[in-house]
Design a protein around this ligand. Structure first.
Ligand code: BES
Ligand code: MN
Ligand code: ZN
Length: 502
């Protein structure tokens, strides 16, 4: 889909459909919606009176224009209550409108920037949210299905006020970068695990970087099993050893030696059977999404590179497959992580933290000043926060506060869980320095504390996104399947961290 900007009145747009908007409870609309109303002899006010249009968030009503104005159809999308209006409402309304416009078989679509006029939001941010909502809503994973040819071909952002064009253009650019990067993360999550082994992920990321023309900006390195063993990553190896698909420790690097090193780590278990502590069969297929932390940091890194970040960034993708076999680790085994700490394996299904422990050791060895890990780590995170919000923990309250405040704008929800000392009792081992499971109570927290025990000098954030990585039902701009949850928030968090604009 091509995206363009036009400086003209939307009423005169040459195309199949125009999208205008309406706040809930408004009796006589203003702006472009009013212009449509006038051109259609008061049709809109009449429909409002009849309660056929209410302006409820995401409501879509399509009117035919019968030649009264240039475009064939008008789509009026509801923006919800003006008192609740913000960037997230723009994403939701734009997503709903884009899907509806596609259903009407429209190829050439024109839209006003919701929120940039009467809504009173900053026009650039509004345009960005509009593009995000649109591109995220229209995403489909059709790789293994017969393709259908019925998409929107061209989207025009139509703005009559010339002074806004430049900021809108910038917003559109940012929106494209973020939505496209998030959609790449979704592609990786949706890819079945037979086609996304650690080795195929290695090849895949290389191809993604090349296709985006970012080879000069993102340095690529992939350590194989022998390298990983040499580095003494015994915790990571203990997970990988049950699978014939060998582990890969992938490192993406955006270098800026003048800046402190920031390390992103994403849990990348390409499939999690649980290992010898085998998971029950129901819904095990969802465990193809157990690499969503990795997908999130890949998407974030791509977006940062495209936006020309000045950060000194290292992105670590410790890719393994967790399989039961004659070579697999057993409950009761004791292994040694890269920093010499010994770990008693209580459950081979608590594998994510094993891979992250060694990745954190690696980041510490590289003298990272800030480490952020993100993972589909615990069922406990789903029990606590459902499929709505991610859990955030860490050793630096300022970083946590910053992440929470950024997430209010990106529309992705997060909530802090406490790393109280008292919980540490649960992961004390009789035979080793620590054990990999603290049982069912507060399991998202004990997993966080397990990871914290591998952090030495860095400021550290831990984000558990279990349950948020795959959507079981479609909503405004989130189709079923891989969500790419966290890409937008991580990007914005790191962007502001670099600009020190918190
Ligand atoms: N990948 C799972 C967590 C998960 C569960 C993510 C459901 C998404 C949906 C993780 O590896 C796991 O199995 N965690 C166990 C650990 C337990 C055995 C200590 C859990 O939380 O139940
Ligand atoms: Mn597991
Ligand atoms: Zn897992």
């Amino acid at each position: 889909m091509k995206i363009n900007i036009l400086n003209q009145s939307i009423i005169n747009f040459h195309g199949d459909i125009i999208i205008v908007n309406l706040f809930e409870g408004i009796k006589s609309p203003g702006g472009a919606t009013n212009a449509v109303n006038k051109a259609l002899d008061g049709m809109v006010t009449k429909l409002i009176k009849n309660k056929e249009i209410t302006g409820k968030l995401g409501e879509c009503v399509v009117l035919h224009t019968f030649g009264k104005i240039k475009p064939d159809k008008v789509l009026i999308v509801g923006l919800g209550k003006s008192s609740e209006f913000g960037l997230e409402q723009i994403r939701k309304a734009s997503g709903a409108a884009a899907k509806q416009a596609k259903k009407t078989k429209s190829k050439k679509v024109g839209t006003v920037v919701h929120g940039a006029g009467i809504g009173g939001l900053e026009p650039g941010a509004a345009a960005q949210a509009l593009i995000e909502g649109t591109l995220l809503a229209l995403y489909e994973f059709k790789k293994y299905k017969k393709p259908e040819e019925n998409g929107i071909k061209e989207l025009y952002i139509v703005e009559s006020d010339k002074s806004k064009i430049k900021v809108l253009q910038k917003g559109i650019e940012s929106g494209k970068i973020l939505a496209e990067s998030q959609n790449i993360a979704r592609d990786l999550i949706n890819e079945p695990s037979n086609n996304l082994t650690p080795k195929k992920l290695d090849q895949g990321i290389k191809a993604i970087i090349k296709n985006a023309g970012l080879e000069k900006i993102i340095e690529y390195q992939c350590l194989n099993k022998t390298d990983i063993k040499k580095l003494k990553m015994g915790a990571l190896i203990s997970v990988a050893q049950g699978s014939d698909n060998e582990p890969k420790f992938i490192i993406l690097r955006i270098k800026n030696s003048k800046k402190p090193l920031v390390c992103l780590i994403g849990k990348t278990v390409t499939f999690d059977t649980g290992g010898i502590s085998l998971k029950p069969p129901a819904n095990m297929g969802l465990m193809k999404g157990d690499m969503s932390g990795g997908a999130a940091v890949i998407g974030t890194t791509l977006a940062l590179a495209k936006a020309k970040t000045k950060l000194n960034l290292m992105t670590i993708i410790p890719a393994v497959e967790n399989m039961p076999s004659a070579k697999a680790s057993r409950p009761g085994d004791v292994v040694r992580a890269m920093n010499n700490k010994t770990i008693e394996i209580i459950s081979t299904d608590a594998e994510g933290r094993m891979t992250l422990a060694d990745a954190i050791c690696y980041a510490e060895k590289k003298k990272a000043k800030i480490i952020i890990d993100i993972a589909t780590l615990t069922g406990g995170c789903i029990i606590a926060l459902g499929d709505i919000a991610g859990a955030v923990m860490g050793n630096n309250q300022k970083l946590i506060d910053n992440l929470l405040s950024v997430s209010k704008e990106t529309g992705e929800k997060f909530w802090q869980l406490p790393l109280f000392e008292e919980y540490k009792e649960q992961i004390k081992s009789d035979v080793a320095d620590i054990k990999n499971s603290g049982g069912r109570k507060a399991s998202a927290i004990t997993a966080g504390l397990f990871l914290q025990s591998f952090v030495n000098n860095s400021k550290w954030l831990h984000i558990d996104i279990a349950g948020k990585e795959i959507a079981e039902k479609e909503s405004f701009y989130t189709p079923k399947g891989g969500t790419g949850f966290s890409v937008r928030t991580l990007f914005e968090f790191l962007w502001r961290l670099d600009k020190k604009s918190f």
